[in-house]
Each structure stands twice: as structure tokens, then as C-alpha cells.
Design a protein. Sequence first.
Length: 546
Amino acid sequence: MTGRLRATLPAALPVALALVAGLAAHIGGAWNGFTNWDDPGYLLDNPLTVRPLADGVQGLLGTTRLGYPVPVTVLFYAVERGLYGLEACAFHLVSIGLHLICVALVWRLARRLGAGAWAAAGAAAIFAVHPVAVEPVAWVVGQKDLLAAALLLAALVVRSRPDGAGGRASALVGLLAVLAIGAKPSAVAAVVLIPGLDLALGRRIDRAGAALIAVVAAAAITSTGLSLVGHGFVGGEPPAPFGARSLAAALWSVWLQAQHLVWPDPLLARYFPPDGAALAAGAAVGALLIAAVIGGAVMAWRRGRRAVAFSLAGALVAYAPVSGLVVPLSRGAADSYLYLPLALGTLGLALGLTGVAARRRIMAAAVVAAIALALGAVSVRQTAMWRDARSLWEPVARAYPDDPRALMRLGDAHLFTGDLGGAVREYEALHRRFADFATSLPAHAAALDGLGRAAEAEALLARAVRLDPREPNLEGYGFFLATHEIAPSDDRAAHLSIITVGRLLAARGKRPATVGRAARLLRGYGEVALAAALERRLEELDQRRR
């Protein structure tokens, strides 16, 4: 046993150093809090993380509350929440642990593809400390990216074993790939990555392999279909229409994120594409970059360097589902989109370092160490940006002072942290410049209401309905009127809103005062039938109390 341990320790030393580097770069995020960037919808206010079957089995599998299916991630949150409640530090520690698992899997896969132990460790260390990994690691919602990557990388590691094409191994690979797709739909790349790895290893795709691909493809088609159906209002904003503008924005994002790989400073929580010539130029460069990666993969394949070809093509395949170029589901650039592509691209780097280290080991080690130290320093600073909601959005507002969405996010951050006065100041500054920007009006009204300025809040909610009479605004204004003894300033907006809310309250209203006020308003607007339904609901509530 002692001899085996002595043999194992030197073999584990390279990957151990990569893991230590990753831990040092990200451990500062363990003391960060939650943010208002999807944390409420995914975790804090999501009933599925308390009762996963609150919407039934179908509701869990589709997670329609979130706009696309992430049942594995939601179940993972439910387990975490059951273990330690809403302790932010615990969630962040789990995220760091998941990232380190991915680092170890990248190292193992690089070794299976022919990279040397130290070269694989050097490449894995760069992946471990690269600043584009900060967003999924420091952001609690980024656990979906980490989970999907860990499961998919584990599937590839199992597949890369000498017996990885056997029956039991294939079943495990299929299970891991399907779970990865359930963690985040972008893992549908597994449909191409698994057979691509077989080709890189010189394997033929037999019946078992075809059956495996069919199972994964079925999961991918289901996930993509649910995503297309459920992809509506995510984060409170409608997705951009799919067309020439969105395609140009997607190609511009390729260019932007390629810059982040090479020069990852500064990185922001949200990026807004430019217009006109700047957008066209960035899109053209993005298209050239995609062509260059494809050309590099083809050239490597022709030269017999199948593993390098798999790394390049795999990185592009992993990016495709979130790029907005294949299906109209992307909402722009995000650093977390690069997590799995960077992991797969690291394989090619490991193979390249293996060749260099064979000739100049000391020089290669020095260069890798210097790059890792520089990237790690940036990651430490980047992690601090995710400390809380305000530190997250202040740089975005500075970078995009002429975009109302960026300014709105800063106001939302003040509201999330309980700084109602600061939120009102930010929203007022926004609305002085962008008078017809309706998206931020409900949050502005919530801040005013919290400060006891109900009349001003009511006027803003009525204005939101006039500018944008969709259901969220109608519900917001209707519930405000049903919970406040205040005269409506806009009868038409109030009429439409109270009808919308009256239908909801008639079915599941629980507070007599709210139901009663809504019934009185409805009678005032001549909606006698709906008012009577609410009055019957009042009687039911009264009987339950007795």
C-alpha cells in the first residue's frame, strides 16, 4: 500500500498544482453574496427549489418558470437549499468545487488524448485561473454552466477510456450526457462531441455507438424544443427578434468574446451590441474568426492530428448552441458562454505544450507560470466585482451610460440591496433621460411605495400600462390597486389592470382585504359578473376562517 501511495503522489502532483491555482484564483468569491442577476428567479424566489414538484413532474422537467428546461440544476439547488438554506457562502463554495472538478476532468481528458502530465496540468491551470471562468464560478446561477460542463466532461472522460465504447460504459456516457443537457440546454453539443471524440480516438461508430448518439439526440431535441417554446421573457425583457440584426449581434459577440480570451479585462455582467458600422465591423471579424477555427480544425485533421482537430472543432461546437447563430435563443454575449468551449480548447493547448515541452521544458514551464499568474491576478479582481448587486452593475452603468437597460440594472441593484433611496435616485435619473422607457417603471414604483410615496408609485404603474399594456404591467398595476386604498389616476389603465388581476384573485385569492378591494373596483367599472365571482371567493375565505 505504501509503495502504491508513493507511486500515486508524483503522478497526482501536476493536476494538484493546477487545482491549487484554481482554488487560489476563486476562493475570494466564497464570501460574496447573492445578486439580482437571475438569483431571485433561479433560487431565492423559485418555489421549485423548496418543493421540486410544486408544478408537477411536467413543470419540473420543463422548468417553464425559467423559460427553458434546467431540471437537473433546479434539483441541485433544491438539495443545496435543503442542506444549508440560503447561506450564500455555501453556494459559492459548491461552485468553486464544481469548477475544480472540471479542471481535473480537463486534465484527465487531455492525458487520454496524448498530452504529457505536466503539459496537461499547465493547460488545465490556465483554464482554472482564466477570468472568463469567473462569471460561472462567482455567480450562483452560473452553477448551471458548471454542472453541465462537469457532467459532459465526465461523459467524455468515460468515453475516452480504452473500454469506453463497451455496453456499460456507453450507458454511463449516455446518462451523464442526458443529465448535462438537463443542467443546461447548451449541452446538446454532446450529440456532436461524443462521436467526434470517437473519431479522434480512431474508433468506428458501431451499433452501440449509434444507439448512444440516438439517445442523446432525443434528449437534445426535446430540450431544444422546450427551450424554443418556453423562451419568452427572461430577466424581464423580451428577446430580440431573430433576423439580420440578431445574427450580426451574434457574430459581434464572437469577436467580443474572442478578445476576452486573449485580453480578459475588463469583463462585465452584461454587454450591449453597438449599432451601425461598429456592429458590421465586429460581425465581419467574428465571421472570420469562426472560419479560422474551422480551417484550423480541417488542417489539423488532414495532418493526422485528430485530437487537436477535436479540440478546435469541439470548442466551436460547444459555443454554437449559445451563440445565437444556430437557434434564436441567445441573449447576447456572456462570459459564462465560454466556459465549456474554453475547457475543450484547453485540450489543444495541452497537446501543443506537450510538443514544446519536449524541446524546451524550462521555457515552456516559465511561460505557462507567468501567464497563469497574470490571469489569476485578473480573476481575483474580477471575483470582487461579483461581491454584491451594486458592485456588479456599477461598472456596466459606467461602460454603457447611454443605454437605459444598463442604468436600470443599477437602480435594480440598489432596490435588491434594500437601498430604496438610492434606487429612486437612479430610476429618476434614468427617466429624466429616457422618458418613454417603460421597463423600469414597476421597479421604480416599488421603491417609491417602500418609502411611503404610494401616490407617486400609482402614477408610475399607470404610466407603465399606458406605454406597454402587456400582462406583467397589467398585473403589477392591478395588484397595487387591490392592495392600496388609493384612487386610480388613469381609469382606462386601472380598468384593464383590475380585470386582469380580478380573474387571478377569483381563482386563488387568499387575502380578504385584497379580494374585497378588487371586487369594489370591478363593480365601479361595471364588471358585475367578475365582481360577483370575487364576492363568492370572499365567502369561501370567510367560511374557511370559521
